[in-house]
Design a protein around this ligand. Sequence first.
Ligand SMILES: *Cc1c(COP(=O)(O)O)cnc(C)c1O
Length: 382
Amino acid sequence: MWQAEIRIDLDAIRDNVATLCAGTSAEVMAVVKADGYGHGMLPAARAALAGGATWLGVATLDEALTLRRAGLTSPMLAWLLGPGLPLHEGVEAEVDLNAGSLAQLDEVVAAARRVRRPARVHLKLDTGLSRGGSTPAEWPALVEAAAKAQADQDLEVVGIWSHFACSDAPGHETIDRQLAVFAEGLATAERYGVEPRYRHIANSAATLTRPDSHYDLVRPGVAIYGLSPLPGPPPAGLRPAMTARARVALTKRVPAGQGVSYGHAYHTARETTLALVPLGYGDGVPRHASNAGPVWLGGAVRHIAGRVCMDQFVLDCGDDPIAVGDVAVLFGAGDDGEPTATDWAEAIGTINYEIVTRFGGSRVPRIYDGSAGVPSPEETAE
Ligand SMILES: *Cc1c(COP(=O)(O)O)cnc(C)c1O
C-alpha cells in the first residue's frame, strides 16, 4: 500500500495542449523546464507532443540534451545559457540556442565552427522584462552580427523572440508597450535581412488572453499542466494534471489546549482527533503552509495544524471519524472537493507554478495515469 504519492494525469496534459492548440493558429512550444514544472520532464513532453505541440521549450542546455537522449526529435529551444557551456553538443543535437547578446552569439558561432555545422539560433530582444535578451539599444548590433554569421553559414536565425513581464495582469499597460517594442525589433531585423520563420513572445497568460501576441509560435508552460496564470476562475478546457496525496499514518485523541508540532505554533481548541500526514517540506510541501495549507480529508477541507515538518504535518480533525490509512489530498484537479494548487498558492501567498514545481524530484513516487506520455517502443529501445 502506498504511503504518499504524486499522481500525474498525462491525458490531462495532452488535452490541455490540444485546448491551447485549438485556440491559436500559431504553433505551440510546450515548456517543460524544471522537470516539467514538477510533473516529470519526459512524460510531460511526450504528452504535450501527443496533444499537438510541435516544439519543446526548456531553460538549460542539459534539459534539452536530456530530451534528445530520450529520443525526442521535435524542434526545441534552450534559452538560459551561461558562459562556457558545451554549446557544440547542443548544435550537434539540433537544439535551438538563444542568443541575447554579442557575447552569447560569439559563443554560439564558436560552437558551430567547432562541429562544422550551422547553429540554429533565436535572437532575444528584451522588450521590457529586463531579464534575458538584448536591450533595444544593443539590438541593431546583435542583429547585424547575426546577419553576418548567417551569411558565413555559421548559424541560421530560426527565431526572434521576447518574454512578457505582466501578461498575467490582463490590460496591464506594459503588455501593449512590449508588443510595440517587439514589432519595432522585428522591423529592425528585417532591415538587416533577418526575417526568421518564428517570431514568438506569448507565454501561457498571453496565449490565453492576447491572440494578437501569438505570432508564429506560443510558449505556454503552466497552462499545459492545467493551471491558470490569470486571476479569476480557471479557463475552460484546462484540467490540473498533478495530485498530491498521502495516507494518514497515525491518529490520536488529545485534550483541549494541546500544543501541536514544532514550536507549538498551534493549540487545540477542544478535545479532538489529530491525524498525522506523511508529507513535509522534504517532499515539496512549503513550510510556509504551516497553520495555513488546505487539505481534503474525510469529506472536508482542513488546514494544517502547526508547523510543516521535514517529513510530516498534522491535521486537527475534531470529532470526525478519521482512520489510519485514510487518504488526505493536498491538491488535485478540484473535482471532488479537494483544493487545487491554485488554492494552495492563495493560502500561502505564492503562485501555483511554485506549488507544483516544488514536488519535482522529491522522494515521493510520481505515478503516471493515462496513455499520453508513455514512451513508444522505438524510444525505449536503447
Ligand atoms: C517559463 C517560461 C515560459 C512559460 O511561462 P508560463 O507562464 O508558464 O506559460 C515561456 N517563456 C519563457 C522564456 C519562460 O522562461
